[in-house]
Ligand binder design. Sequence first.
Ligand code: FAD
Length: 358
Amino acid sequence: MLANLFPVLLLLVPSLCQYDIATVEYYVQLITDLYKNGETYEWPTNAHEYYSNTKRQKYGSYDFVVIGAGAGGSVAASRLSEIESWNVLVLEAGVYGDNATDVPDLYTPVRYTNYNWAYNSTPQKTCCLGAQNQICLYPRDRGVGGSTLINGLVYARGYKSDFDRWEKFANDKRWGYDSVLRYFKKSENFVHNDKQAPYDPAYHGTGGYLQVTYHQPQSPQLNAFLEANKELGFEIADYNANKLGASPVQTNTNASLQGSPLRACRKHKNLSESYWYCAIRQVSSNLYHPLGTCPMGTDPINGAVVDSKLKVFGFRNLRIADASVFPSPLAGHPNAPTVMVGEQLEDLVKLTYNGKYD
Ligand SMILES: Cc1cc2nc3c(=O)[nH]c(=O)nc-3n(C[C@H](O)[C@H](O)[C@H](O)COP(=O)(O)OP(=O)(O)OC[C@H]3O[C@@H](n4cnc5c(N)ncnc54)[C@H](O)[C@@H]3O)c2cc1C
């Protein structure tokens, strides 16, 4: 089972047009049913509604127990199980994904299923103002693959200065850009499927488990967008190669925010400034990228929960390897850095118990 965990992260389903009409009809029905289900689905109001009544049973003893098979946990478990003599137990609250979670960009209706823990934010004062009771949705996935089962698949690692800041927080070169780049490359299998799109091979790996490609099919507006950027003097650049510029998106899907002029902001006449400030506060959302709730650092007195070796302060054999350990946000999306954290955990644990890095 463990060997199969990591590929669950690779939610890249080939284009439907390669399939026969029966398959296309099947998916049309699946998606239609999913949206219909969303009209009547009631989210749980308490995580205890997910409590399992399965009788307790003995599963034996293990060298490592990984709790949660999400983006970080799946990588850690898969990598640790490479050492044949190690027994690794994975405890995941949810089940495997299905045909619906396998379809990229279908996270809106999949949110209305048991795959979603269905958290909400607390009432907000400065954002989510257009939402009921000023509470934003806070979806987190429940299943093997974690939130990658419903995420937008955008592959954006962040910028060099983000990780150099992490190095300072952790006081350890392991989290600086030169070091994390090695783990990003290790985790990645980059397929340069669009030869027009920028690609700097020095920054990409090709042998990892996490497949990265340029999004296909391209939106009809893409070329106009890139040309406009060139006209303004911006480079067309591989944004995962620590460069600033415009680019098609890397991975298999696209995420977009939609907003329209809002009634609550009508009194703001000054379209250059106060109207948009008001509108942003109304329609803002967290983009489902929470992180940093157990941040890495040097001193628990200052709020650090784990040290630079991902060990929880005050515990001997407990480590965390997920998005919660980020010491600060990134100029990117969190999935790729979470996978990178999982890869780092592998080396840290192998060094401790096996005496060597990979
Ligand atoms: C709608 C949406 C869109 C997103 N889009 C993108 C995107 O385009 N690009 C990007 O980079 N990031 C995106 N993200 C964010 C990205 O998916 C997360 O940052 C990443 O998955 C976090 O990984 P994690 O390992 O910290 O947690 P998760 O992947 O959420 O995994 C946590 C796992 O722990 C399990 N678990 C929790 N409690 C227990 C328990 N008590 N016992 C056992 N198991 C438990 C959960 O069921 C889950 O499987 C998106 C997220 C969402 C929700």
